[in-house]
Design a protein around this ligand. Sequence first.
Ligand code: SF4
Length: 332
Amino acid sequence: MTADLLTRARRQVLDDGEGLAYDDLVEVLRVPEADIPALLELAHDVRMRWCGPEVEVEGIVSLKTGGCPEDCHFCSQSGQFTSPVRAVWLNIPELVEAAKQTAATGASEFCIVAAVRGPDERLLSQVREGIQAIRAEVDINIACSLGMLTQAQVDELAEMGVHRYNHNLEAARSYFPRVATTHSWAERWATCEMVREAGMELCCGGIVGMGETLEQRAELATQLAELEPDEVPLNFLNPRPGTPFADLPVMESADALRAVAAFRLALPRTILRYAGGREITLGDLGTRDGLLGGINAVIVGNYLTTLGRDPADDLGLLDELQMPIKELSKTL
Ligand code: SF4
């Protein structure tokens, strides 16, 4: 069974560079545990063939943390739950300092994130000021993640020189109503399309392990493939106290690795980034398995509301695996 699937995937994805479709992805997410190493090996071969050995390193900073009016059930930054995250704003010198520290790790992308439904005038003018200040002192690509956008805001961000915009689908269309009720999946999709059409790189991913079925996990991968993002951040649910998903179990590491392989086989050419939750789902060993199973980008330093790994650990691991860090000059 698995042998047939792998043979098919080898031909279609590895040889022809064409992502697997829904039915095959469901099968990938169901492979027996004993076949996971072979599956990861194929996903790694696909990544090496279609993306190369380089790993993109990215840093993120939160310009505005907490107090978001939306109700995404996984998110401790929602103001609607009792999660212990206070609303905090960063000032411009702090932003520049964070960009400097990120660049010092060798990272090529620095993403400015705000916990909002979408940016208002105040936030956009802070972002504009921040980008100018960073540009004056630090050589790094600037990305933003500021929620849902209007066409005018998309145009404004493109004009500011934002290199990449992050906005996640978060979940499959069919599961999204269980994840958030204050906005729709279609609204998220619309922002992603506008970003891509404006010529910014699109970073769009999701979270697995939120109680969705394997079919819905495969559905998310196919919907992402349809959007053709430049980068897909793959998050594993880290159930946060006070959120509606607080009591969901942490995903089994075997399932997390199946998901890594499935996303790579759905998206052979995309930058596939380990985002939040990998520490609790996979631990140190899993991080290595993922990097040898299709992942080709990592975030250094802290995530938005939870502690990530020490940058030195990740950079040391990349060195050991002989995976060079993608240089800034190659991303411009
Ligand atoms: S819109 Fe973003 S910050 Fe706000 S609750 Fe949803 S995921 Fe959290």
